[in-house]
Design a protein around this ligand. Structure first.
Ligand SMILES: N[C@@H](CCC(=O)N[C@@H](CS)C(=O)NCC(=O)O)C(=O)O
Length: 294
């Protein structure tokens, strides 16, 4: 077979006139259909170069996986690529800026899902973990992907940080039960006055107190809990709070704000962050490089 040129493996420009606006499918049933896990001896085991993460620079859930992958020292072991930040009715696609699909050569992310399940009619989202060995998606659930990258590859890489250590798992998931709804999922609705805004600002207040007493959320060890929170914090003042409608900015919580900047000094966080991909036009970017003093 002739080798396809790069151009034939790109989706072509976003074309809403032809393909319409992207619509989240309203198919009944769970939207996250792939929830496979990497285990020590099951169908999906940890091997070098076996897995690929399809991500999006704009996407906080992909960002979590990108940070965890870097902290786990897996950049050469689990590959990752990025879809374009714009979409039409065809959904996420591979275009010039972040390049083609390096694994399958597909032009649309939808094809990755369809290659796994014929006629797939669910949610075509990033992040998604692909298995080269069985040629299928393992998971499109960022939580499971993050935990597996953090815990299953220790024999293949030297992690900079173990982000999901056993003794802190309960604390990490407990925090998630609170911060998931109040912050990560609540921040969008907080642009309007109401319970979501109250819960978000109350959470920020409490986090500020907590972070005045410890460097990270669960003490002196950086964990998945920090990764999960941070991807929302870094988007806050240029995304949902770009018009400063929710509050004057993250800086009104001095400990939370210096904690967020402290994390930004770590390459796994800094190098996986591209503000342009998630900033509203004209949004004022706070000084993330100001010394964190922690
Ligand atoms: N709960 C999913 C959420 C992932 C998600 O919402 N991804 C967005 C981009 S940030 C997406 O691809 N959405 C596709 C869609 O809306 O159909 C996870 O944690 O992995």
């Amino acid at each position: 077979m002739a080798k396809l040129s790069q151009a034939t493996r790109l989706a072509g420009p976003v074309d809403v006139a032809t393909y319409g606006e992207y619509r989240i499918p309203d198919t009944p049933g769970p939207l996250l259909r792939f929830t496979g896990r990497i285990t020590a001896d099951g169908d999906f085991t940890a091997r070098p170069f076996r897995y690929h993460v399809y991500g999006g620079w704009f996407c906080p859930w992909s960002h979590r996986v990108a940070i965890t992958r870097a902290l786990a020292g897996l950049e050469d072991i689990v590959t990752m690529s990025f879809v374009d930040g714009e979409r039409d009715g065809r959904g996420w696609a591979f275009r010039d800026q972040y390049g083609p699909d390096p694994v399958n050569g597909f032009t649309l992310l939808r094809e990755v899902y369809e290659a796994t399940e014929e006629g797939f009619d669910g949610h075509v989202c990033v992040p998604a973990l692909w298995d080269r060995a069985t040629a299928r998606l393992v998971s499109n659930d960022s939580r499971g992907i993050g935990i597996d990258l953090a815990t299953r590859f220790g024999h293949l890489a030297a992690p900079a940080v173990r982000t999901y250590p056993e003794h802190l798992r309960e604390g990490i998931e407990q925090l998630d039960g609170w911060l998931g709804p109040a912050v990560n999922h609540g921040v969008g609705a907080a642009v309007r006055p109401g319970p979501a805004r109250d819960a978000l600002l109350e959470a920020f207040e409490q986090l500020d107190g907590r972070l005045s007493r410890s460097r990270y959320l669960l003490g002196e060890e950086l964990t998945e809990a920090d990764v999960r929170l941070w991807v929302t914090l870094v988007r806050y003042d240029v995304g949902p709070n770009a018009g400063r409608t929710v509050n004057p900015g993250l800086h009104v919580y001095p400990h939370l704000w210096s904690y967020a900047r402290d994390l930004y000094t770590i390459p796994a966080f800094r190098d996986t962050t591209d503000f342009a991909t998630f900033s509203r036009p004209g949004a004022l970017l706070p000084d993330w490089s100001a010394p964190a003093d922690r």
